[in-house]
Design a protein around this ligand. Structure first.
Ligand code: UDX
Length: 429
């Protein structure tokens, strides 16, 4: 099938590449000319395992194209997927201007009946607006159907999550639209859940908000574990065998970050308020997460006399391992606080360092863990990168001025650290 994808961020680019891999002819559209020229040369603008290989392979096979010329990309496509961003606005609502811009371009360009598929995370009711907006702006006498098809991929696992999605949500009441989407997804051979457009839009928010709530719940329990001398990792181990609870998203730590949970929790509570309702559970999850992010900083503040001119090593900047993304990363709140308190901060991250440098050009970056730890009085771990999991007490003792470690991802063994002479603090244990 001839598909076009609007937006080449995590959602759009990964979808485009995976559709091509499954045999469709795909044109990815973006306004950023530089990105387009990079991608044409087989270079992925984002770091995702396996993405660049598939991108190159499908360009070579003549199934994957990149352009900023939306007219040619949209004019005779069977389906156009919208994967542009819906960033958070100051009041917490989702900004739909990029979606609107693409819809306008679609309305100007299509020359035959086609299906527009909204993959971006959008507030319930947006697909209705998209349909009306395109209809109002259409320049030719064609039928444009609109369906919702939310994306559930997690960064760092994007290609795998797309190829092996737990389910595909198809949101439409229109039989033609449904059949087109079923045909597009047939080669993936994945479970399909077919619902109304509004339910599909809600499923996406309900999932992300539930996962955010689950993490905040575990962090809440973790904080109580500290007070009653229980161990949150053991508690999670005991919980995960219960199929009603599930084995994942039970890890306590310095809270969730990233491009989805912080934004989608705020967007859903905003939507509720707009309708005169209140999502008390999600309000609580957001509040807990905000406090959790700086919990270890607050502990260190009590432990240290001052941060003024004290060398502090920060290990891990990305909001989670496997990505260079820093959006809403707990590391950022902590670095900001440490700097405000006069600390001499040195950071290390195997992949996100360059992105961090763009935000904090004056904060020195180390080239290795050892370099970051050299002469430090205290160390924070904010991302569970594999190379940090393997750290031994010996390296903290050898390199640091004072082997004082705050592990925000519970990746090191407290007993081992203690026995090895490290003063070690983590979350909920
Ligand atoms: C998430 C959803 O998983 C995905 O389905 C959705 O489409 C987009 O949002 P992502 O933000 O890429 O994906 O990452 P995810 O792996 O879900 O982690 C989000 C945050 O939660 C990270 O900061 C991570 O460190 C944190 N987290 C996750 C925990 O603190 N504990 C856990 O047990 C799991």
């Amino acid at each position: 099938m001839k598909l076009s994808v609007a937006g080449t961020g995590y959602v759009g680019l990964v979808a485009g590449v995976c559709f091509a891999e499954k045999g469709h002819v795909v044109t990815c559209v973006d306004v950023d000319e530089e990105k387009i020229s990079q991608m044409r040369q087989g270079i992925s603008p984002i770091y995702e395992e396996g993405l660049e290989e598939l991108l190159k392979k499908n360009i070579d096979k003549g199934r994957l194209f990149f352009t900023s010329d939306y007219q040619s990309a949209y004019s005779d496509a069977d389906a156009i997927f919208i994967g542009v961003g819906t960033p958070e606005q100051p009041d917490g609502s989702a900004n739909l201007r990029y979606i609107a811009a693409v819809c306008r371009q679609i309305a100007q360009s299509v020359t035959r009946d086609c299906l527009v598929v909204v993959k971006s995370t959008v507030p319930v009711g947006t697909n209705d607006k998209v349909e009306q907006f395109i209809k109002d702006n259409l320049e030719r006498d064609v039928t444009v159907r609109v369906a919702s098809n939310p994306e559930f991929l997690a960064q760092g696992n994007a290609v795998y999550d797309t190829m092996h999605a737990a389910r595909i949500i198809i949101g439409t009441e229109d039989e033609v639209a449904k059949k087109t989407l079923l045909d597009i997804y047939a080669p993936f051979d994945l479970p399909i859940v077919s619902v109304s457009r509004r339910s599909a839009e809600m499923i996406k928010y309900a999932c992300n908000n539930f996962l955010a709530l689950k993490i905040s719940y575990m962090n809440d329990i973790a904080n109580l574990c500290e007070l009653v001398e229980a161990n949150i990792d053991d508690v999670a181990e005991g919980m995960r065998y219960d199929p009603r609870i599930g084995a994942k998203f039970l890890k306590a730590g310095v809270g969730y970050g990233g491009s989805c949970f912080p934004k989608d929790t705020k967007a859903l509570t905003y939507l509720a308020r707009q309708h005169g309702a209140q999502l008390k559970t999600i309000d609580a999850a957001v509040e807990i997460n905000a406090q959790q992010k700086t919990r270890l900083f607050e502990k260190a503040k009590k432990r240290l006399m001052t941060f003024e001119n004290v060398k502090i090593a920060v290990l891990g900047l990305a909001f989670k391992p496997g990505t260079d993304d820093l959006r809403e990363a707990p590391s950022l709140d902590n670095v900001r606080l440490l700097l405000e308190h006069g600390a001499d901060v040195v950071c290390y991250d195997p992949i996100a360092a360059q992105n961090f440098h763009k935000r904090y050009p004056n904060v020195p970056l180390a080239n290795s863990v050892e370099e970051a730890l050299e002469g430090a009085f205290c160390c924070f771990i904010f991302t569970e990168w594999e190379e940090f999991v393997r750290l031994t007490p010996e390296v903290f003792r050898r390199k640091m001025r004072v082997p004082l470690v705050y592990d925000g991802r519970n990746i090191l063994d407290p007993e081992l650290m203690k026995r090895g002479g490290v003063e070690y603090y983590s979350i909920g244990r």
